[in-house]
Write a protein that binds this ligand. Structure first.
Ligand SMILES: [Zn+2]
Ligand SMILES: [Zn+2]
Length: 284
């Protein structure tokens, strides 16, 4: 943090175990807890780590964060819950006033509880919840009229729909159909993986999975429901990428990421392996 009176005041007030939210471009993206801070403002360390701005200032109010959790809370949602103005921009280092927080905490067990409430209430596209209907929609009407050779091109983000009061990012079955057909109905982890013949389509039964999970659509400037981000998996690998041990998941994700790296770029999706792993709660 930079050398401002309000920053110093806020930094002095920080205590181990306090909750902290990280904000970027319209969304709160992480919830964490204060692990510790430097014993006093430390310009030397700050310059080593972050350098200085054009005025020669650095960010000497240093603290460390633990227990990072990925969240997705829209700024407007946060502003209206905490009675800030609609256009309030959480710029820099801010504090929710103690009295306000105590008032808002009524009815919640803890701050975490409150944050999860705000989080769940907003956009969630839970693949686990909606997956059955999606995989069925992919099989429907077969694959005969599906053209597989399309040129990669970044697509605009689709508007979320509301299902049972939750906002859900739409997934287009035609994208998945193209991916499955292009993969020749073979598992992209290993083409020898055994599946069965679908009664519906007479083709080997395969499932579509979004490598960058749909619920992280907010973090990308282009649609992630595109050929470059969808992979064809046998049912076993598909369950494994959702329910396997972290080591197993990591192996699958690494493999798919290296296969898809160029395609993701071509579809306007620039992201690192570390980022994708964090979406699956795998932190190095
Ligand atoms: Zn999946
Ligand atoms: Zn497989």
């Amino acid at each position: 943090m930079q050398n401002l009176a309000s920053n110093l005041r806020n930094w002095n007030n920080l205590k181990e175990g306090d909750s902290i939210l990280a904000y970027s471009r319209g969304e709160f993206l992480y919830l964490g807890k204060i692990l510790c801070k430097t014993p006093k403002p430390n310009q030397l360390l700050a310059r080593e780590v972050w350098g200085t701005n054009e005025k020669g200032e650095t960010w000497e109010y240093i603290f460390f964060i633990k227990d990072l959790t990925k969240i997705n809370i829209d700024r407007r949602k946060f502003n209206s819950f905490f009675d800030y103005g609609e256009n309030n921009n959480p710029f820099g280092f801010g504090l929710v006033k103690k009295e306000k927080l105590e008032r808002k905490l009524k009815g919640f067990k803890s701050i975490d509880d409150l944050i999860y409430y705000l989080n769940n209430d907003y956009v969630i596209s839970d693949e686990e919840l909606e997956d059955n209907s999606y995989q069925t929609a992919i099989e429907e009407k077969g694959f005969t009229n599906i053209e597989v050779d399309i040129t990669p091109d970044p697509q605009p983000i689709k508007k979320p729909t509301t299902i049972r009061g939750q906002k859900v990012w739409k997934r287009d079955p035609v994208v998945a159909k193209r991916v499955l057909k292009k993969a020749d109905f073979k598992c992209e982890i290993n083409s020898d993986h055994i599946t069965f013949i679908s009664n519906f389509t007479n083709a080997p039964y395969m499932e579509a999975h979004h490598l960058i999970p749909m619920k992280y659509q907010n973090e990308f400037p282009n649609s992630i429901d595109v050929d470059g981000n969808v992979v064809c998996l046998c049912p076993n690998c598909h369950r494994k990428i959702h329910h396997g041990t972290n080591d197993d998941k990591k192996e699958l994700i690494q493999k798919l990421y290296s296969k898809r790296f160029q395609m993701l770029q071509d579809w306007g999706l620039d992201t690192s392996l570390e980022n994708i792993l964090s979406y699956y709660n795998i932190v190095e």
